[in-house]
Each structure stands twice: as structure tokens, then as C-alpha cells.
Ligand binder design. Sequence first.
Ligand SMILES: NC(=O)c1ccc[n+]([C@@H]2O[C@H](COP(=O)([O-])OP(=O)(O)OC[C@H]3O[C@@H](n4cnc5c(N)ncnc54)[C@H](O)[C@@H]3O)[C@@H](O)[C@H]2O)c1
Length: 256
Amino acid sequence: MAYLDELFGLKGKTAFVTGGAQGIGKVVALGMARAGMDVAIVDINKEKAEETAHEVAACGVRSLALAADVTSVEDVDRMVEAVVGDFGRLDVAFNNAGIASNLPSESTPLADWKNVIEVNLIGVFLTARAAGRQMIAQGGGSIVNTASMSGHIVNRPQPQSAYNASKSGVIQLTKSLAVEWAPHKVRVNSISPGYIRTEMTVHVRRDWQDSWMAQSVTPVMGRPEDLVAGVLYFASDAAAFTTGADLVMDGGFTVV
Ligand SMILES: NC(=O)c1ccc[n+]([C@@H]2O[C@H](COP(=O)([O-])OP(=O)(O)OC[C@H]3O[C@@H](n4cnc5c(N)ncnc54)[C@H](O)[C@@H]3O)[C@@H](O)[C@H]2O)c1
């Protein structure tokens, strides 16, 4: 255990998690807390963020709940200021908030298409930008963005052109920031989950879910818990030589 603590060096690091109130963000935030990190839960849903922050604090680390819409420059900049004000520094940013939309492209209202891009791509840019400024000033840090296997393949049978475009954008944004900020010792990586059982997927039409399982070499949905170690790895000192990478965690869905 002592060897892993030393290898990963996560104890005492500080982080924020956007979309941290529930689903993947919540489970990863709790994983960070169990690894000894102080974690701020950032979400548009203040009440749920507070509940999750209490669970994080129960792990014996410092915790904060911050209401912020990742599409708002003011909210995001204020959020990073609050995290640094409370924790003293920002070592890790997990830019994970995201939404999905399954409208056919030919009848998608532009506002809906733009909204997905705003949250999933511009939201990641704004939170990465605010985190990056702080990390550059303090001499380094690690940013992890949540992309998706949808940034690599086109899901079937559900239509989701905005979602797919936003997630491939996150992968290329991640690489771009990794190159820009490497001289500042700020690493930027992304994860690309496959189908994970969360609020985002459980209410999807049954026949679509059946089709996903029929297409997958691992015919079960992943759990948010299956993603924790990947994010912790990117966050940690063990990944000191890894930047601009995307880790696909999809049960082999995109291999075939
Ligand atoms: N569940 C999956 O199968 C899956 C697969 C690949 C990628 N992802 C990605 O993982 C991330 C988390 O998804 P999840 O499955 O946990 O979904 P979720 O719906 O359970 O959680 C998303 C969280 O983001 C918050 N949020 C939404 N819009 C926000 C905004 N504008 N500002 C701040 N917070 C906002 C929500 O309140 C919620 O707490 C998303 O980026 C999603 O695209 C999910």
C-alpha cells in the first residue's frame, strides 16, 4: 500500500469535479476522497452537490459544494477562485459535466444542438481554461476531461450528432491544451467511457439499450466505479510523462 501511495502521490492533492453531484462525477469524486484528496463538487444542481460533498467529507478530507453552470464564464472563474481560496491550490481538474440529446439531425432545433456543444465542449474549454490559468501560475497540475467513445465512433441506433461532435471536440481540445501547456507542467488527458449505467443512460428506450448490448463484445453496461482508476491515474504523479492521451474504457465496444 505504501508503495502505491508513493507511486501515485495523490494524498493531500486538491481537485474539483464538474458534474460531481451524481453519476460518474460523484463516484470519481468519492474515489479521489478515498485516495486522500480534497475535493470540490461543482454542479448546476446545488442541492445534490451539497449531498455529495457531505459524502466526500465523510471520507475524512476537505470538501466543498459549489453551484456553477459550466457554460458561464463568470460561474466557472468564480468557482476556481473559490476552490483555490479554500484549498490553497488546485492540483487536479476533472472536467466531466455533460448532457446528451437524441434528436434526429434533420429536425433538431439549432438551440438544442448548440446547447449540447455549449455544455460538453465549451464547458470543458471554460473549466480547463480557468484551471489551466491557476495551474500555470502555481507551476503545474493535471486536467482530466470526460470525452466518450462517441468521440471515436458513431453510436447506433440512436441519433446524437451534436453529442458525437462535442465529444470528438473534447478529444482534440485535450490534445491541443496538452501541447500548449506542456512547458508549464500542466498535463491534459481525457477518458472515453463506453455505455455506463447512470441517470444519463438508464432512462433511454429499452430497445436502444438492447441494441447496445447486442453490439458490445462485453454485453453489460459499465459502472461509474469502472472509471475511477483511470481518472486517478491521469490525476496522479504516476502519469507524470503522460499528456494529450485519451483512455478508452468501453468494455471493448469500439474495438470491433
Ligand atoms: N453514462 C454514460 O454512458 C457515458 C458514456 C460516455 C461519456 N459520458 C460522459 O460522462 C459525463 C458524466 O455523465 P453521467 O453519465 O455521470 O451523467 P449524469 O447525467 O448522471 O451526470 C451529469 C452531471 O452533470 C451536471 N451538469 C449538467 N449540465 C451542467 C452544467 N451546465 N453545469 C454544471 N453541471 C452540469 C448534472 O447536474 C449532473 O450532476 C458526461 O460528460 C457524459 O457525456 C457518459
